[in-house]
Design a protein. Structure first.
Length: 162
């Protein structure tokens, strides 16, 4: 399966490979993500940084302000400036990979919809996928295996991850 999890930017200068499926996939409807993408929401695959292998190019971090004050670094292709992933709060071990940059973006589906309080009104959320007005408790939603992976990064402390 991992062989399918390749992606890249629009111009092809950056190519990457995910070493495994992500821990979880967020569909975030917050205003930050709408503004950053120019779209209705962002799709982020949460995965350990050491499972993201660069096959070509070197994305450059660009700091993006957020209302919470928690800095987000958006890693962009140095040529075409497409965003490939983000890190939040200086946590370098965890990447939020933009699912739309995968060669097969349909391969990873959201496990949760978050910040639906600012969801655009014409979007109908699918039945059966949890949705939250703001953030949620990953300990109640993630599969056990993913929580194990998460603990390897953060320990037991609850962490808010958009
Ligand atoms: Zn590019
Ligand atoms: Zn967001």
């Amino acid at each position: 399966m991992a062989a399918d999890l390749q992606g890249g930017c629009a111009c092809g200068a950056v190519r990457y490979q995910l070493g495994s499926p992500p821990m979880f996939v967020h569909c975030c409807h917050c205003r930050d993500c709408q503004r950053h993408t120019g779209s209705a929401f962002v799709l982020n695959a949460l995965i350990e940084a050491d499972r993201v292998t660069l096959l070509a190019g070197h994305p450059e971090p660009v700091p993006a302000p957020t209302p919470s004050g928690t800095p987000q670094q958006i890693y962009r292709c140095p040529s075409c400036r497409v965003a490939l992933w983000s890190t939040y709060g200086g946590v370098q071990k965890l990447r939020f990979v933009r699912v739309g940059t995968l060669d097969d973006a349909a391969t990873l589906k959201p496990g949760v919809h978050i910040y639906v309080r600012s969801k655009l009104p014409w979007i109908t959320l699918p039945e059966g996928v949890p949705a939250f007005e703001a953030y949620y408790d990953s300990r109640k939603l993630w599969p056990a295996e993913s929580l194990e992976r998460r603990r390897a990064i953060f320990g037991e402390a609850p962490v808010t991850l958009k």
